[in-house]
Design a protein. Structure first.
Length: 185
């Protein structure tokens, strides 16, 4: 009885092994998407008090890379994670519901709709007049100032130019801190 069961299991294992060999020989790869990573993508409302659009898009890109999502998965996840005004905009945007809508079009449409209309001077003034909040830790304040300084810096494709812009943003951040320190003393 036990020998018959072992023999049956052995035959089943051999058959499975043969199927796997055939699949490898045919070049068919099994891709397992991990859609449980959707929970890592924060909800996004489009409000100024929420996370920036680029952070939202970046979280989708990161989860997609890890979870082996394709572009249609990214588009569907993005649509699912929208709330409030951003969801209303998406629902009313006919070009995002057309058959040729894809992830790139989603990013382009949302970047155009939710682009920052403030000037560099506005962000520079915000940085120069930033004050640490009562319940804000020094680290949180530094992060907020760094985010303000990066809004001043334009994004360019050239890595060298981008590094120079980033260094300028860091200098502005340090200058802002030093000016506040001198004002307090």
């Amino acid at each position: 009885m036990a020998e018959a069961r072992l023999f049956a299991e052995l035959q089943e294992t051999k058959a499975e092994l043969q199927r796997l060999r055939e699949r490898v020989a045919a070049g068919t790869q099994t891709v397992h998407k991990d859609l449980s990573l959707v929970s890592l993508v924060p909800k996004w409302s489009g409000s100024e008090t929420g996370i920036p659009l680029e952070e939202f898009l970046s979280s989708i890109e990161g989860a997609a890379q890890i979870g082996l999502w394709d572009n249609s998965d990214r588009l569907n996840v993005a649509a699912l994670r929208l709330t409030d005004g951003a969801k209303q905009f998406y629902n009313g945007c006919l070009e995002l519901h057309s058959p040729d809508a894809d992830w790139q079009k989603f990013k382009t449409v949302f970047r155009n709709r939710y682009c920052d209309t403030h000037t560099d001077q506005y962000h520079f003034l915000k940085l120069q007049t930033a004050r640490q909040g009562r319940n804000e830790t020094p680290s949180e304040f530094a992060d907020r100032c760094r985010a303000l300084s990066q809004k001043i810096v334009c994004k360019v494709a050239d890595p060298l130019a981008q590094r120079i812009h980033f260094e300028n943003a860091e200098r502005m951040l340090l200058a802002s801190f030093f000016s506040r320190t001198e004002q307090r003393n």
